[in-house]
Each structure stands twice: as C-alpha cells, then as structure tokens.
Ligand binder design. Sequence first.
Ligand SMILES: Nc1ncnc2c1ncn2[C@@H]1O[C@H](COP(=O)(O)OP(=O)(O)OP(=O)(O)O)[C@@H](O)[C@H]1O
Length: 257
Amino acid sequence: MRLDIAGVGVTLDGKPILDDVSLTVPQGSVVGLVGPNGSGKSTLLRTVYRSLRPLTGAVKLDDADLWSMPIRASARRVAAVLQEGGTSALTVAEIVELGRTPHHGVISRTTPEDREAVRVAMERAGVTELAERSMTSLSGGERQRVHLARALAQEPALLVLDEPTNHLDIRARFSLLATVRKLGVTTLAVLHELDLAVRSCDHLVVLDHGKVAAAGEVLDALTPTILREVFGVHAKAERHSDGVVRITYAADPLGDL
Ligand SMILES: Nc1ncnc2c1ncn2[C@@H]1O[C@H](COP(=O)(O)OP(=O)(O)OP(=O)(O)O)[C@@H](O)[C@H]1O
C-alpha cells in the first residue's frame, strides 16, 4: 500500500504547525521523517494514524482518503508505535493480542489466525520469552519492542513509527530497524538519529518549521547545506566504499554557522 500525504496543513491553538506538507511513501518502502525538535514530525504522524484531522490537504492510502474511511477500516490498515507506548498491568501476550482487535467482527473471539499472527509478531520483535511477563516489570526497551510486536500482530498495510528506537541500546536499535526493513511493510518513521536514518531508510523527508525542506534519496535529502541550515551542524553524509552512507561531523560541529 502506498501512502500519499498531499498539501497537509495543521493549526493548533491558532498557531500554524504544518504548512502544505506533501510526501509519498511508496509501497513496501521505509521513509524516514527527520528534522529538529518542534519541526512538526509527530504532528504529521498524528494526521496519519487518525489522531489529528488536518485542516487542509489529504492523507491517502492507495488513493483512498484515510479520513473518509470507517474508523475500523483505517485501524486495520494503519498501525502506530508511539514514543510513549504506555504501560499497563496486562501481560506481554495480552498487549500483543490487542493488535488483533481491529480484525475482529462484532463477536470477538480469538481465531487460530489471531494466535498465529501474535506468535509471529512476538518472534519478529524478539519478545517471545517475555510473553507471560507483566508490562510493568519490563525495561523501557523491552516495552518498546512489545509495542512493535502489537503493531506487527495487526498485520498492517502501513506502519507508522514515532522514534521507535528511543529507549533501545545500540544493538537493539540496529536490530529493530533491520526487522522493520525485512517486513516489507510500507513504513513512515520519525527518527532522531541521522546515522540510523541514513542506513535504514530508502528515502528521507526533512521537516523544518512545519514545511518540507528536502526530500528524496538519503544523499539528496541530507546535503551539507540542509545539515547546516536545518539541523545547525557542520557535517556531511557520504557513501563509503562499502556502500554504506555515513555522516561525518566537523571537528567543531557547531562552528560558525
Ligand atoms: N496542542 C498544541 N498546541 C500548540 N502547539 C502545539 C501543540 N502540540 C504541539 N505543538 C507545537 O507544535 C510544534 C511541533 O510539535 P511536534 O511534536 O510535531 O514536533 P516534533 O518535530 O515531533 O518534535 P520533537 O523532535 O521534539 O519530538 C512544536 O512547536 C509544539 O510545541
């Protein structure tokens, strides 16, 4: 499924937060949404997982207007993993099973397909061993992986991730993004770590003060000018001889800008 955000504008408390934002996430690709604090990344995601209706513009899934769909239809298609996934007294397995809720009819009964989807999701997110643990007993990183498992159990057509690697250690960061890439699910992810973003995403969209400042393949989006003018650092992104794009920061990244 392809995601098209077309001309989205959002105003909160009379303050313009997003202005004419457009981007596309092609079917099966991972697009990273990057930008400084307060640039509007989380607000944009909210218009995609139907927590905030845009004032102008449209959010479309394969040409179908997301905001015009019955809520159950969009809930089945879009899964979100948010910064503060929250916690509860439920067990890990129970939380992951919640991912199946949008697939249930009026009479909710767990089917063999539900059980299989939950099993696969827990395995992919690496939380199978935690199944019977209470969510309250988990570390921040473990909880984050459980929320990913819940989203995967939903078998979504579109995955929306808001800083999914926040609480994770360095190995878990690489591992989570590798898992997401392997899924082949259309994904829009807010990522703060540019190093991780350039390695893990097919395309990047740079937001600055609620507008798209740059978009495209990672080296086209993260030019030294964008790194300086939007992120406020002296740095450059380069493809190394091993094929991997890395960011090199100047000796004094804050230098004279
Ligand atoms: N309810 C609100 N009323 C007024 N302003 C708001 C409201 N919610 C968010 N904002 C403002 O909108 C702007 C964008 O916020 P948003 O959370 O989308 O940024 P972000 O790019 O995700 O930031 P960060 O990287 O810090 O998480 C910020 O300036 C924020 O203060």
